[in-house]
Design a protein around this ligand. Structure first.
Ligand code: DP6
Length: 321
């Protein structure tokens, strides 16, 4: 029986998406900019389901009952494959799932990549973006390596700002907890859209943050990227906090990482942080400082682990037979 296996990497947003224009089609209300990381990997195998008349999804070996993130992409892709074949989808992550580490982005991007190869489709990038976006608004960015722009004013076109080797920077992922989050991004951003009094300010600042980040990345300007990334992150967490009910993903360990980042910066190291819908802290740094930053965070905080990554490439097929 034919099996196809693809891998994809997660991406972390520097200018973030938090809020949808349209929930039915899962359309983000703003543009975003991300980095794709290399050492974290989702590996997804697909093959025809001969046992059951439905799709089945297994994540890290456990069957998932909630297929809401994969059915819309599969339905969209079936228009191209012209088949209603049911699939078994087996996805493995080499990092904690559903705890603010973008596992749905890499999981969906690897599924779309595997599907395209499995049915010998030659989809253009816009169709792959659409398929991924129907699953998760951040997933299309994992279709591309390096620094990526997802432009909501240009039909969510995804483009590469810089290729992964063009500006070697490191990413350290401080794992502060491996527990799944209590409020999903999907629920959280809906609450924020409906209730945060500063949600409109968040929408209004998007253009400015996108332009500042685009210019900083093109100029390889670490200080410029630090300013806009941290400002954007702080504002998103303020939108969450001012929502009703108030949403907070940060823990004491998250805050202790932030305090150490400030200390390292005061000692002259070039680094900045971002935090998504979870307690993990992602540090972007000059490779010259990676080792000392990693050692300091491990010594001075109670993080579970610090995962090292460089910038990653696009998804790829690793096995087909
Ligand atoms: C904070 O892409 O997980 O990580 O579209 O509902 O699946 P859905 O949401 P998701 O939200 C990502 C939120 C974020 C910021 C970002 O990655 O841009």
């Amino acid at each position: 029986m034919k099996e196809t296996v693809a891998i994809a990497h997660p991406n972390f947003a520097l200018v973030k998406y938090w809020g949808k224009r349209n929930s039915n089609q899962n359309r983000p209300a703003m543009s975003s900019i991300s980095v794709t990381v290399d050492t974290m990997i989702s590996t997804t195998k697909i093959f025809k389901n001969t046992q059951l008349n439905q799709h089945q999804l297994f994540i890290n070996g456990i069957e998932e009952s909630d297929l809401s993130k994969i059915l819309p992409p599969l339905e969209y892709l079936s228009e191209f494959s012209r088949t209603d074949e049911n699939l078994v989808i087996e996805s493995q992550n080499n990092f904690p799932t559903s705890s603010g580490l973008a596992s749905s982005a890499s999981g969906i991007a690897s599924l779309v990549t595997a599907y395209e190869a499995h049915y010998d489709l030659c989809l253009d990038i816009n169709h792959k973006v659409e398929a991924c976006m129907l699953g998760s608004g951040s997933a299309p960015r994992s279709l591309i390596g390096g620094f990526v722009l997802m432009d909501h004013k240009n039909n969510y076109r995804c483009s590469q700002i810089l290729k992964e080797p063009e500006w070697p920077i490191d990413v350290l992922i401080c794992i502060t907890s491996k527990d799944p989050k209590e409020i999903s991004s999907r629920e959280g951003m809906e609450i924020s859209k409906k209730t945060s009094p500063i949600y409109q300010d968040w929408l209004d600042i998007n253009d400015k943050h996108i332009n500042l980040a685009m210019n900083a990345i093109k100029d390889k300007d670490m200080a410029g990227l630090e300013n806009v990334t941290e400002e954007n992150c702080k504002l998103m967490h303020k939108v969450m906090k001012t929502s009703n009910p108030s949403i907070s993903y940060m823990t004491d360990v998250t805050h202790s990482c932030l305090a150490e980042i400030e200390n390292l910066r005061s000692s002259g190291h070039s680094l900045f942080y971002t935090i998504d819908a979870g307690p993990q802290v992602k540090i972007i740094c000059d490779p010259k400082s990676t080792e000392i930053i990693r050692d300091t965070i491990i010594d001075k905080t109670s993080v579970i682990d610090v995962v090292y990554a460089g910038l990653g490439g696009p998804p790829r097929i690793i096995d087909e037979d």
